[in-house]
Write a protein that binds this ligand. Sequence first.
Ligand SMILES: Cc1cc2nc3c(=O)[nH]c(=O)nc-3n(C[C@H](O)[C@H](O)[C@H](O)COP(=O)(O)OP(=O)(O)OC[C@H]3O[C@@H](n4cnc5c(N)ncnc54)[C@H](O)[C@@H]3O)c2cc1C
Ligand code: SF4
Length: 339
Amino acid sequence: MNNFAYSRAHTVTDAIQQINSHGHSQFIAGGTNVVDLLKYFITSADALVDINPIEEHHSIEEMEDGGVRIGALVTNADTAYHPLIGQRYPLLAKAILAGASPQIRNMATNGGNLLQRTRCYYFYDANAPCNKREPGSGCSAIDGYNRIMAILGTSEQCIAVFPSDMCVALAALDAQINISGPYADHTIPLVDFHRLPGDTPHLDNNLQPGEIITSIDLPAQGFSRNYSYLKLRDRNSYAFALVSVATGLELEGDVIRDVRIALGGVAHKPWRVPEAEDFLRGKTASRENFGAAADIILRGATGFMHNNFKIELAKRAIIRNSMMALHPETQLPGAQPSL
Ligand SMILES: Cc1cc2nc3c(=O)[nH]c(=O)nc-3n(C[C@H](O)[C@H](O)[C@H](O)COP(=O)(O)OP(=O)(O)OC[C@H]3O[C@@H](n4cnc5c(N)ncnc54)[C@H](O)[C@@H]3O)c2cc1C
Ligand code: SF4
């Protein structure tokens, strides 16, 4: 591992000053992703700026508009088990608890989860061509072993997926990401935060160099009565999603008044298709209607041989998860139904 300087920032201003004063520096929060990337020589840094001392980013608070603000430095575990999240946003708690392991969730922060890198095998193999790690070198996955790769929003340059569980629920909940930077503070909707690969696959998201994520805002509508998160994977724990689905429903009888469906494991960003949600509004919550919505969501999906199965799997997962959302009381917290 290369040598790097280490410093601690106690305020946002301090963090932004420090990150912009070193030639090539990175923030470190829980360290569960960035340290691995440094050890494998996938990324490099002359300096790491530890942002854990920034106290105001460690809280979860109700906002005046009825929503909830979650600090970027709150751990995934503390977020999932916080009473406000458990009661008002159980979809988020369930998605977080489907990820990683208890030990990792105890260290991993919400800001770091948003910025974790892809789990594409070739990205982590410093000897393999990879446009994300080394722009212009090629993509080893397109004609390689691509079982875990994307089926939606891909480009000729990259077919990687964004691996987060938490962010799939945040996409369904219409979360907003609050950011501070050297010039201004601003907010980006979660659905616009991560990028599609296009011809710039080295850019995962729209955070600009030198900026820091301060918090995540959840709107008042938490879909706490009818929700479900389904994660399908090769092992039932400690594995990333092949396909995951977050569903939130607002029902009047058996009629859908409002609905959100977001997919993980299928694209370079959490995948939402407003047209499918428009289709469902005002319709009966039935297997047939969820199936028709699934067809809209998967429109244009393309496999790359080893991951062709994901197209059908995603459709079935959408139907199953949406039906499960009708009876969330039958789901144990964090439990994953067997296939
Ligand atoms: C074995 C393993 C299994 C896992 N399984 C899953 C899984 O199933 N599902 C899932 O969703 N995740 C999974 N993860 C990923 C895990 O959730 C992330 O590694 C974690 O959320 C990253 O958070 P962190 O605080 O440790 O980030 P760090 O590693 O500290 O940082 C990650 C990146 O974010 C930047 N950063 C961190 N905080 C900020 C901030 N506030 N502002 C700006 N930049 C910042 C850092 O500079 C760095 O580039 C797994 C990880 C491991 C190691
Ligand atoms: S899919 Fe993306 S991350 Fe994977 S090898 Fe190709 S360019 Fe690299």
